[in-house]
Write a protein that binds this ligand. Structure first.
Ligand SMILES: NC(=O)c1ccc[n+]([C@@H]2O[C@H](COP(=O)([O-])OP(=O)(O)OC[C@H]3O[C@@H](n4cnc5c(N)ncnc54)[C@H](O)[C@@H]3O)[C@@H](O)[C@H]2O)c1
Length: 335
């Protein structure tokens, strides 16, 4: 049994507590939150878990082997660094940290101390994303040409991070999981309607050497909630609508092929529109699988699906997107 501590019992922390509470190989010893009323809520729901105001009570507890951090992004680095220095395995909420430099320091520390460092990119554990991966890997779509994602709603304006840092980690983690090609550049534009330079609407394009292209539209300013991703291959295309309760994925037997007409020196496009197929997906709670992957990763010394490499790659893209936005959409080459 691994004893764990969870820091942060705000919006997302209770979901982590619920799922780790049900994980068979761990016990939650302590939850820390700086706001007393959150600890009262914890006590009402879980009388067996001790609540502390100070995260140091977890970080300095010799009985606690692993720490889960569900606090705002700007606090991730300091809390994770202290936990790793104290010999604890760490599961960090997304995005991993506020900069590439911070992620690299944490990764170095985890490697030096032989500790597991994982990032909670929850979507990688959903039945829908697992099914899309299976479909792509079986070559059903053919060569993948594009991924286009819309993640918009009337969202909570964050005081410290822009809408891409808040919402795009979901799309970027799915993109990284489904298409394992190293991107070469990023362009992004966005707007802040709040006079604090924190964009509430932003668009990001990720360019790849093969000609594959990914585009993200993220907004906290939409009247409707849309969670829609389209993935186009040269044989078939997928529409992934995450707000659909059951039929989240539809495979369209739709494609086009290009022929060049040498006589007219032009391009001819042949279209094909066929059936639509709805595959069955597993409706398990993804966060339960995140908890299993973290605890089993510690017990079996194995790399989790949502590894620190994925966490780092996502922060690289977010950092590049921020630079591009501040430079009016300039193309930022990734190294
Ligand atoms: N994986 C997902 O799908 C998902 C969904 C939502 C949020 N998140 C992530 O979870 C993290 C937290 O987001 P949230 O929406 O729950 O934020 P929140 O502000 O609702 O909650 C954060 C909590 O942490 C506490 N806290 C902050 N610093 C602390 C410290 N040093 N010591 C003790 N307590 C501290 C605050 O009092 C607060 O209750 C973020 O990284 C966010 O991106 C992930």
């Amino acid at each position: 049994m691994i004893k764990i501590g969870i820091i942060g019992y705000g919006y997302w922390g209770p979901n982590l507590v619920r799922n780790f509470f049900g994980q068979k190989n761990c016990i939650i010893k302590t939850v820390a939150d700086a706001r007393p009323h959150r600890l009262q809520t914890l006590k009402n729901a879980y009388p067996s878990i001790s609540g502390e105001l100070d995260a140091e009570d977890i970080i300095n507890d010799p009985e606690i082997e692993a720490v889960v951090i569900a606090t705002p992004v700007f606090t991730h680095f300091e809390l994770a660094k202290k936990a790793l220095l104290n010999g604890k395995h760490v599961l960090l909420e997304k995005p991993m940290a506020s900069s590439v430099k911070e992620c690299e320091i944490l990764i170095d520390l985890a490697q030096q101390k032989n500790l597991l460092l994982m990032v909670d990119h929850t979507f990688l554990y959903t039945g829908a994303v697992e099914k899309i991966k299976e479909i792509i890997d079986s070559d059903t779509l053919g060569n993948i040409k594009y991924l286009d994602s819309t993640r918009i709603n009337l969202g909570l304006f964050q005081p410290d991070i822009n809408v891409l840092w808040d919402l795009a980690p979901h799309d970027l983690s799915i993109l990284r999981f489904l298409h394992d090609e190293k991107p070469y550049s990023v362009n992004a534009t966005g707007i802040s309607h709040t006079n604090n330079n924190i964009e509430n609407i932003a668009f990001m394009t990720i360019n790849y050497p093969s000609g594959f292209i990914a585009h993200l539209n993220c907004s906290w300013s939409s009247p409707v909630k849309v969670r829609m991703m389209m993935i186009g291959g040269d044989k078939k295309m997928i529409v992934y609508n995450d707000v659909e309760p059951t039929e989240k994925i539809k495979i369209y037997d739709t494609a086009y092929s290009i022929k060049s007409d040498d006589e007219k020196k032009s391009i001819l496009v042949d279209y094909r529109v066929g059936d639509i197929y709805v595959p069955k997906i597993n409706n398990k709670e993804a966060l339960g699988a995140v908890a299993d992957d973290f605890i089993n990763g510690i017990l079996e010394n194995k790399t989790p699906r949502s590894s620190f490499s994925i966490g780092l790659d996502i922060v690289k893209l977010l950092e590049a997107s921020e630079l591009s936005i501040k430079n009016k959409g300039e193309e930022i080459i990734l190294n």
